[in-house]
Design a protein around this ligand. Sequence first.
Ligand SMILES: [Ca+2]
Length: 410
Amino acid sequence: MANVIFRSSPLTKPGPEPRLKTPGPVLSLSTCYPAPCRFNFHFGFAFAFALAFPFALALAFALCAGLLLLPSQARAEVQNGAPTYAQHPEALAFVAQLAEREQLSAAQSAKLLETLGQAHFLKRVPPLMLPAPSGTAKNWALYRSRFIEPKRIQAGVKFWRQNQATLNRAQARYGVPPEIVVGILGVETLYGEQMGRFRVLDALATLAFDFPAEHPRAAERQAYFQKELAQFLLHQMPAQRLGSYAGATGLPQFMPSSIVQWAVDFDGDGRLDLDDVKKPADAIGSVAHYFQAFGWKAGQPTHWAVQIDKDRWQQPENEDKATLLAPDILPSFSAEQMASHGVNVKRPQTSDPKDRLALVELQNGSDEPSYVVGTENFYVITRYNWSSYYAMAVIELGEAVAKAKLKKAP
Ligand SMILES: [Ca+2]
């Protein structure tokens, strides 16, 4: 059994260099293909052998040619040089801990190990986790243009029309309006067109054991991905399942723990299907259920426009903006308190004075930032993806689709 040494990237945390085992078909190839010294050894040996027995030379070539005709997938793995986590010390310790915590039988932990042993390190993934360099200006206008675009709006109109009854049923059951579900599925996957090409198992294992150490919250994030990997393994999700580089999967791009906790069989066919573009009912129901679980208030708008007293804000040592932005997007202020800090919230007189609000600042590069005031429902959308830019894109795409749908009669 040949082990290949896992080339620890500079992103991995220091420690003993893990040794990873390549799986079956790759083992056969590794003696001939990726290690030049071994190839030379075998070739030299075959050549010497051939001096005495000419047939052996033909045999040696036939052997190598035969190995190169192995299934393309196996060949691709060797060429990628992607080792697996089958004998990675941290992965083995992880399964042992999981087995103890969950009181798994020997057969169950063997099954977990077998699945995790199929996970490949994805070199491309850890760098994608690193935040933008500090000083990089956020740009709402640019971010918005990626999602509020004609192609996505048209696809949204089509999706809404095709699934009108299901979207209405989700609203009746969970209180979440169609435009929010349509906004989420459009931003996440363009209604199933872009669900990700990474194996979720590979992505999660890579982030669970090789999370970039230079990330400001590396330990916390790595622990998060270990929890997600545990859910993936414990619930025996298929090793071949595809998703994003962060392990999110299906039309709604749910992480494994979200699938376990919030996904619903909304068409009642006895299966949980988040991947079938032609049958998106489970995805629709699951998104609406997720928002209900995080406190969605039926009928509450997501945000209000604002008018800001800029003269007041620009006075020296004025701290209104800093005060209002301090709790970030957690709704913490009444409309009255907002007004006392120079922010006039444009909402109807009939609005509940007890509503908590958050000032949301959307930076526009070197241009003036945009501001809105988010309600508790705005905050709920950020539980899907912790970004006010994301939430605003979801809301605005939903609004744009609703508008286009009204305009364009079927
Ligand atoms: Ca179903």
